[in-house]
Design a protein around this ligand. Structure first.
Ligand SMILES: NC(=O)c1ccc[n+]([C@@H]2O[C@H](COP(=O)([O-])OP(=O)(O)OC[C@H]3O[C@@H](n4cnc5c(N)ncnc54)[C@H](OP(=O)(O)O)[C@@H]3O)[C@@H](O)[C@H]2O)c1
Length: 313
């Protein structure tokens, strides 16, 4: 199901846009979100919704980026906030196709983060990175499934997702890659959370990450593995909806500020380029989990590789 995707080829697929597109970016007011917004405005005749938890910060960025932008408050962990976003989008979209870039994310247990990792990391990470994207997608489905203007979902995933999938026990991996409905995916995540919370309480003896009950207990990577599966599920359920998950690469943001390795980090504009292109490319583009060849480079996924690198945040 995964498609190997060479970013160098992408400009070859770019063509004139069939019409004006409305692009909504979540978590847009800082980090990679800002880079995605700037690239969206560079690349096409698109209008942009800068969606962020803080409306003043979203408004500040929208003002800075110019007249093709508007700001909306959006907390993806809050049902009412997502519903309000959907109501507003329904009012302003008109006949334009909608692209949603699910960028909002949190990380509490990246490989170089100081241990012990917080017990609540799994629940909070999944609550934003996966359930947040699901919540907003559900709210926006009527707009995304408009037959006159096919929508697009871009999930900002990570090489950590594929890494986590490869470290699960075979049985768990098979289960995740064949899940077909949201309830089963939520149950799978709940089993992970239970295993994580139980193990995290005992970290003094055996630090995370480790394999427990068939799960590789690192919640950022697990959330992205599940996000990739959700992307595939949405593509299967909605043939007119283009659904893509991608990795932006290793990008210099708040999220990775404690990283002390020697990998070269991309600027937010460089990282945002891929996500913006996927949001704007013509409707014929295939759904799938896009994996740039360089994905994962410089993103060490265990503590051993980073001994001595953990730094105070
Ligand atoms: N940086 C990398 O190397 C890298 C690599 C692979 C994937 N990614 C992914 O890229 C995305 C952006 O990360 P980043 O590096 O830009 O991290 P970041 O600087 O920490 O930014 C995270 C963004 O998500 C927002 N956010 C968090 N919880 C939210 C919620 N409940 N509702 C709405 N927005 C929420 C934050 O908003 P507030 O300002 O309100 O906190 C912030 O705008 C994430 O999904 C991350 O997993 C990053």
């Amino acid at each position: 199901m995964a498609t190997l995707w060479d970013p160098a080829e992408r400009h070859g697929h770019l063509g004139p846009l069939p019409g004006q597109r409305l692009v909504l970016v979540t978590g847009a007011a800082r980090g990679l979100g800002v880079g995605i917004c700037k690239q969206v405005l560079q690349q096409a005749d698109a209008e942009l919704i800068v969606a962020a938890r803080s409306l003043p910060k979203a408004q500040e960025l929208a003002d800075e980026l110019g007249p093709r932008c508007r700001a909306l408050q959006c907390d993806v962990s809050d049902e009412a906030s997502c519903r309000l976003v959907a109501e507003t989008v329904a009012k302003i979209r008109g006949s334009r196709a909608l692209s949603v870039v699910h960028n909002a994310g949190v990380a509490y247990d990246l490989p170089w983060f100081p241990a012990p990792w917080p017990v609540e990391a799994a629940r909070v990470t999944l609550g934003t990175n996966l359930f947040g994207a699901m919540r907003l997608t559900e709210a926006l489905l009527p707009e995304l499934l408009d037959e006159r203007a096919h929508g697009r979902l871009v999930f900002v995933s990570s090489g950590a997702g594929a890494a986590n999938l490869s470290k699960m026990a075979e049985e768990r991996r098979c289960a995740l890659t064949t899940i077909e409905d949201v309830k089963a995916l939520k149950d799978f995540c709940e089993a992970f959370i239970q295993a994580y919370e139980a193990s995290a309480k005992e970290q003094a003896e055996v630090p995370l990450p480790k394999l427990q009950e068939g799960f590789w207990l690192q919640s950022n990577g697990f959330s992205k593995a599940c996000l990739n599966r959700y992307c595939q599920m949405m593509a299967l359920q909605h043939p007119t909806l283009c659904c893509v998950a991608c990795s932006p690469g290793f990008v210099e943001t708040e999220m990775v500020k404690t990283y002390r390795g020697d990998s070269k980090l991309k600027s937010v504009e460089e990282g945002g380029d891929v996500c913006a292109w996927l949001a704007l490319s013509p409707d014929a583009g295939p759904s799938g989990v896009k994996t740039p060849p360089s994905e994962g480079e410089g993103q060490p996924d265990n503590h051993e590789k980073n001994e001595g690198l953990a730094a105070a945040s």
